[in-house]
Design a protein around this ligand. Structure first.
Ligand code: FAD
Length: 304
């Protein structure tokens, strides 16, 4: 930690004590509940604190990585050398008629609840996606009949030189689980979505229906990152995995879910290596059986 002393003392001048964690286990910050320690993890409370923290990392030539809710993230067992910047405290949500404006760390569930409260429809699809709005724009998250691309009007992002830019929907290059944010390593500071007025009873009924479908089909009782693989064109990853006889396959503490073959779960005290080895086994088997390449949707960071 000695080589971080200058960085830490600058962060201590900027942030509250409780917003700087040293040697922090990433198990506490990812839905998979695996991963080694991050040297430093910070949780800025304002956009100004976030920007100043990034400038400090840049000045100290220290690697940093932005996370939202950690629901699509696998941190390797050796942990992360540098600073994890978690945006969960940047979670303000405001409503302006048919628009909802949220800071990057706001939870999709809270935005969806806010939409319901204001009789706004179009965001029901996001009610069960356990991510932040920044993570959702980065991944162009979607479920059932909805996707971020259908509702986002603009996002305020920061580039690697700390320039703040407003990107319109078409500039965000939102495609299947991809975006300009991912391509150019932007940081999502805030997002505006535009919805339509509707009967709140109908909105609530749709939320209840989607929640039921999710609970019925997905192994939500186990830690995971949702669908492990992207959907290969013309196929469903879960079906290819199931048809390869891999349903329920266990490797160390990781397993291919019995309930939904597209999910790799942390069944019992898995390590990141167990999960990565199982990902590889699934990829090799599906490729051999069907000549289809599966690519992880989950983002993988850190050291072995
Ligand atoms: P994180 O996991 O924290 O990060 C994911 C990536 O986004 C990382 O590369 C990170 O650097 C980047 N990132 C996060 N925030 C920002 C930001 N503000 N600026 C720049 N980059 C950022 N996804 C779906 O699309 N549909 C589903 O139906 C779905 N169901 C799921 C169900 C379960 C049980 C789980 C565990 C996951 C599911 N997911 C689903 C995956 C996940 O919830 C989404 O991808 C979500 O959008 C990720 O958001 P996050 O804040 O958790 O991102």
């Amino acid at each position: 930690m000695n080589h971080y002393s200058c960085l830490i003392s600058k962060l201590e001048k900027l942030l509250d004590k409780e917003d700087i964690l040293l040697n922090e286990s990433m198990k506490n910050h990812t839905y998979f509940k695996v991963g080694g320690k991050a040297d430093i993890l910070i949780t800025p409370k304002t956009t100004e604190e976030l920007i100043a923290s990034i400038k400090i990392c840049d000045d100290e030539k220290t690697l940093y990585y932005i996370i939202g809710n950690g629901s699509n993230l696998l941190v390797k067992d050796g942990g992360f050398r540098g600073v994890i910047i978690k945006l969960s405290k940047l979670d303000k949500i405001t409503v302006d008629e048919d628009k909802i404006i949220a800071l990057g760390g706001a939870k999709l569930k809270d935005m969806s609840g806010c939409a319901l409260k204001h009789n706004l429809t179009g965001f029901e699809f996001a009610c069960g996606i356990p991510g932040s709005v920044g993570g959702a724009v980065t991944m162009n998250a979607g479920a059932y009949d909805g996707e971020m691309v259908n509702v986002v009007t603009e996002a305020v992002v920061m580039d690697k030189d700390c320039n703040i830019i407003t990107l319109k929907n078409e500039d965000l290059e939102l495609g299947y689980r991809t975006s300009a944010v991912m391509k150019y390593n932007y940081i999502v500071l805030s997002v505006t979505i535009k919805l339509k007025k509707a009967d709140p009873l109908k909105i609530k009924a749709r939320i209840d229906e989607l929640t039921y479908r999710r609970e019925d089909k997905q192994p939500l009782e186990y830690p995971s990152a949702g669908s492990t693989f992207k959907r290969p064109e013309g196929h469903f990853a879960g079906k290819l995995i199931e048809d390869s006889g891999l349903k329920g396959t266990v490797l160390g503490g990781a397993a291919v879910s019995e309930k939904h073959s597209g999910f790799i779960i942390n069944k019992k005290d898995a390590t990141a290596k167990d999960i990565l080895d199982l990902i590889e086994l699934v990829q090799k088997t599906v490729s051999k059986n069907f000549n289809v390449d599966l690519h992880p949707e989950v983002r993988i960071i850190g050291e072995d």
